[in-house]
Design a protein around this ligand. Structure first.
Ligand code: KG4
Ligand code: ZN
Length: 348
């Protein structure tokens, strides 16, 4: 099956063509157009995002087909992100995908954005397939999930306030770094070679030794207190001198928390694979710390490259392909939703 994927949930307009079946899928093309304009505002402006998607969607899809060396008649189905995200932005992709599929007489399938992130890593790492423990860390979500099969997700933990990427973005702002802040924090933190960060050690949120499975904070995370701690440190610090140390101390606290919670899930469910997904998943400090902690126990950790970690249509096509092969279809009533639970949730 040859699937055209479309993603417009936030500030990238993306289209991709995938071909294959089951877990043997080839990525024929992937086009990602990032909307630079939001940098001026220090965050995504929804109305501007929708308009930019409208301008970009036609050439981006055409380019994806051209890069794949196919015509639109050779598409067997269209997969599109329909939740969660900015409704106006999602609607551009959803409307376009429905019209495209209708005109071609092929099925369309709506895909949950976070399920897309769950599938992304498998496009690069053939072993990043179930069963595994998944940590999805993006700008809007932080989800710890046990995956025993594609389409069957046991949600173990989530953030109670800020998502991991959101914490990176807010801390970046406090440190005077551009949006999106994650890559800037990672780079700055890496320059803290003298380990000056020791002076700024922040508490690891939601982490106590006496927590046990079944406690409602055993798997959940919370990053807003950490952000406040950074804000307090910044008020008395000389950013020129201490910026790198603060960035490093923040990243260490966040990474430690995520590694500990993930390790707990791996142990409880006896998994030997961890799959990272979402924009923060391409943070090398996170992937390295995860490997450092889990490799000695024989657990493999798979992280996506930057292109597949951040928002892209290949992951949407990949998740869509799974549902299509499962016999699922959306109809032309398919709508966009700002929030929606992950499909396929099973009792924790
Ligand atoms: O998955 P994504 O592209 O969009 C959402 O679905 O939200 O994630 C974007 C988030 C942003 O918060 C960005 O700062 C963060 O991913 N991010 C990073 C890195 N690269 C992107 N965070 C930490 N380290 C990075 N290298
Ligand atoms: Zn995303």
């Amino acid at each position: 099956m040859r699937v055209l994927g479309i993603e417009t949930s936030c500030d990238e307009t993306s289209a991709a063509v995938l071909e294959g079946s089951g877990d043997s899928v080839v990525q024929r093309s992937l086009v990602i157009l990032s909307q630079d304009v939001h940098r001026i505002f220090g965050g995504v402006v929804p109305e501007i995002a929708s308009r930019a998607h409208l301008t970009a969607i036609v050439p981006v899809v055409d380019r994806a087909l051209a890069d794949a060396g196919i015509t639109r008649r050779e598409i067997d189905a269209v997969a599109v992100t329909n939740a969660p995200g900015l409704v106006g932005a999602l609607l551009v992709g959803v409307s376009y995908a429905k019209a495209y599929a209708f005109a071609l007489g092929v099925p369309v399938i709506g895909v949950h954005h976070m399920e897309g992130h769950l599938f992304a890593t498998a496009l690069e790492h053939p072993q990043a397939v179930p069963p595994f423990t998944a940590l999805l860390v993006s700008g809007g979500h932080t989800l710890l999930i046990d995956v025993d099969a594609w389409g069957r997700y046991r949600l173990l933990g989530r953030t109670r306030d800020d998502a991991a990427g959101e914490a990176f973005d807010k801390v970046a702002k406090l440190l005077g770094l551009p949006y999106p802040g994650g890559p800037h924090i990672e780079r700055l933190a890496a320059t803290d070679v003298a380990a000056a960060s020791d002076r700024f050690r922040f508490a690891r949120p939601m982490l106590r030794r006496d927590q046990a499975p079944g406690d409602d904070d055993y798997y959940d995370v919370s990053f807003s207190g950490l952000k406040t701690a950074v804000r307090n440190a910044v008020t008395t610090a000389d950013l020129e001198r201490d910026g790198a140390a603060i960035a490093r101390a923040f990243q260490d606290a966040l990474v430690d928390t995520l590694v500990e919670k993930t390790t707990r899930a791996v142990a409880q469910f006896g998994r030997d694979r961890v799959v990272l997904g979402g924009g923060v998943a391409c943070n090398n400090a996170l992937a390295n710390a995860m490997r450092g902690r889990l490799a000695p126990d024989g657990v493999s950790v798979f992280a996506p490259s930057v292109r597949l970690a951040t928002d892209n249509a290949a992951m949407i096509a990949r998740a869509g392909l799974f549902h299509l092969e499962n016999g699922e279809r959306s109809d032309l009533e398919l709508n966009a939703f700002a929030s929606q639970p992950l499909p396929g949730l099973v009792a924790a």
